[in-house]
Design a protein around this ligand. Structure first.
Ligand SMILES: [Zn+2]
Length: 256
C-alpha cells in the first residue's frame, strides 16, 4: 500500500518517526508521500526523503498555513521561493487548496491557488489539492487553467457528479478515514460508481483519525482500516494493486 497523504514532517512525529515508519512497513504500507504545507516544513520533508527511500514529498503552500496578512503583492515572492525549493526529488506541488471555512480571504486563496497551479503546469508536475466547501471554485479554476498533469483530490467527499468532474480533469480521489465512519456512505457510493481506477489511499496523518481511534494521533499503519472498507466496497477487486498503480502513474514513481 502507498499512503499518498501523510504529514510525517510535522513535529508530532519527530520523536518516534523510525517507529512510525516501521509499524507501517510491518502491516504492508510500503511508501509514503508527504505533502508540503509551508516553507518552514519543506526542509524536513526533504531530509526525511533522503533518509528513507520509502518517502517521497511534494512542496506547496497549504491555505491553512498562509498568513492572514497575505496580500496580492506578496504572492510573486512566495511563488519564486517555491520554485527555488523544487528539485528533481520533489514529485509534485501541494498541498494547495481553497477552503471556505478559513478566515483568509477567498480572493487571496484563489490567487495563491491559481499561481501554484500555473507553476505546476509550467513544470509538468501533478497537484495535491485540499478542498472544503469549495469544489465549485476548484473545478472552475482547474478548467480555466487548462491544467493537464492531474493529481489527487485529498480527502475526497462528495457525490458522483463532483467525483466525475475531477476525474475528467485527470485527477484521482484520495480515500481516507472518512469512509470508515457510518456517515461516509455517500462518498462510498460515489467511489463505487466511478471505480477503483480513480482512487488512491491516504491517512492524512496525524489528522483524520479512523473510526474507533478518535482523539488519537493518526499514523500510516492505520491505512489498513481504509483498505478494509474499500475491499468491502469493491468486492473481488485488487484494491492494493489498483490504488498503488494509480499513485505510481500520477507521480511517475518507480515500482514500489
Ligand atoms: Zn494534508
Amino acid at each position: 500500500m502507498i499512503d499518498s497523504h501523510c504529514h510525517l514532517d510535522l513535529a508530532c512525529f519527530s520523536d518516534d518517526i523510525d517507529a512510525v515508519i516501521s509499524r507501517a512497513l510491518d502491516v504492508g504500507v510500503g511508501h509514503f508521500i508527504i505533502p508540503g504545507i509551508d516553507p518552514t516544513h519543506w526542509q524536513q520533508s526533504q531530509t526525511l526523503a533522503q533518509r528513507y527511500p520509502q518517502i517521497s514529498y511534494t512542496l506547496g503552500y497549504h491555505p491553512f498555513f498562509l498568513p492572514l496578512s497575505l496580500t496580492h503583492a506578496d504572492i510573486p515572492a512566495l511563488i519564486d521561493s517555491l520554485k527555488l525549493a523544487i528539485s528533481t526529488s520533489c514529485i509534485g506541488i501541494g498541498e494547495i487548496g481553497i477552503d471556505r471555512t478559513l478566515a483568509l480571504s477567498i480572493d487571496i486563496q484563489i490567487e495563491m491557488f491559481d499561481a501554484q497551479v500555473g507553476l505546476a503546469q509550467q513544470l509538468g508536475l501533478p497537484l495535491i489539492i485540499h478542498h472544503r466547501k469549495s469544489h465549485d471554485l476548484i473545478i472552475g479554476r482547474l478548467k480555466q487553467a487548462k491544467f493537464s498533469f492531474g493529481g489527487i483530490i485529498h480527502a475526497f467527499s462528495g457525490n458522483q457528479a463532483i467525483a466525475q468532474a475531477y476525474i475528467d480533469l485527470g485527477f484521482c480521489l484520495g480515500v481516507g478515514g472518512t469512509i470508515t465512519y457510518p456517515r461516509g456512505d455517500k462518498t462510498r457510493q460515489a467511489l463505487l460508481a466511478v471505480g477503483l481506477e480513480h482512487c488512491v489511499l491516504e491517512t492524512d496523518s496525524p489528522d483524520m483519525p479512523m473510526h474507533g481511534r478518535q482523539g488519537q494521533r493518526n499514523e500510516p499503519q492505520y491505512l489498513v482500516d481504509v483498505l478494509k472498507v474499500l475491499e468491502r466496497t469493491f468486492v473481488g477487486h485488487d484494491v492494493v494493486g489498483k490504488t498503488n498503480e494509480n499513485v505510481q502513474r500520477l507521480f511517475s514513481l518507480a515500482v514500489i
